[in-house]
Design a protein around this ligand. Structure first.
Ligand SMILES: Nc1nc2c(ncn2[C@@H]2O[C@H](COP(=O)(O)OP(=O)(O)OP(=O)(O)O)[C@@H](O)[C@H]2O)c(=O)[nH]1
Ligand SMILES: [Mg+2]
Length: 195
């Protein structure tokens, strides 16, 4: 017997959970696998130590969680980054996932240059979906795992990153540099929640 939820079961769960309270801020976490989405959620919202994320299993399909974070009620959607899950999210689950979004955070592992091309392809698709189903969505790009870049090279790495993702043309997307090994991830989320 499979322990995975089927697409049909996912749809059922969604239908039951449509009762998102109006004051809850729905935050979508997107990005390729291993970029650090679940780690950000666990360290920022659950107070887990950064080291405590090292053996996290890959997210299967998606995970939804509710958190109280300061004065904010959060409804987080952690979408597994394997491309089959991303395709589902922008395919038959699109309406459910992209409706009533407070903010969308797209996470890229800045140290993994080999994944930039695929990341960018999905970023563009996901931004398009967010705009189709929301009036003026807040969209953020996290250049994540900044701690893996040696300090002397950080400015240069960021220039390469911004050029590659063509951020000048993506006016709606705001960039944060983040890591779970310092305060940057939590500060970015706090800033996003104050918008
Ligand atoms: N060095 C470093 N490692 C990180 C950081 N954030 C996450 N990681 C590590 O990256 C690995 C993958 O993290 P996950 O949070 O499971 O990645 P994910 O994006 O949720 O992956 P999927 O669930 O497959 O989509 C883990 O070993 C984390 O410890 C970071 O800021 N710096
Ligand atoms: Mg995950």
């Amino acid at each position: 017997m499979s322990y995975l939820r089927s697409p049909k079961e996912d749809e059922e769960i969604f239908r039951e959970e449509i009762e998102k309270k109006p004051h809850e801020k729905k935050i979508l976490f997107f990005g390729l696998t291993q970029t650090g989405k679940t780690s950000i959620i666990k360290t920022v919202f659950e107070g887990r130590s950064p080291e405590g994320t090292e053996s996290l299993a890959a997210t299967v399909r998606f995970e939804r969680m509710k958190y109280d974070f300061g004065d904010h009620s959060i409804y987080s959607f952690d979408i597994g980054g394997q491309t089959s899950y991303l395709e589902e999210a922008i395919g038959f689950l699109k309406q459910h996932i992209f409706s009533d979004v407070y903010a969308l955070i797209f996470v890229v592992d800045i140290a993994n240059v080999g994944d930039y091309t695929l990341s960018r392809q999905y970023l563009l698709k996901i931004v398009r979906n967010a705009f189709q189903l929301n009036d003026d969505p807040l969209i953020y790009l996290f250049a994540h795992k900044m701690d893996l870049i040696t300090e002397d090279y950080r400015d240069e790495a960021l220039t390469v990153f911004s050029r590659y993702f063509d951020l000048e043309k993506l006016e709606s997307v705001k960039l944060f540099t983040t890591s779970i090994y310092d305060e940057s991830a939590i500060k970015a989320i706090e800033e996003i929640l104050e918008k």
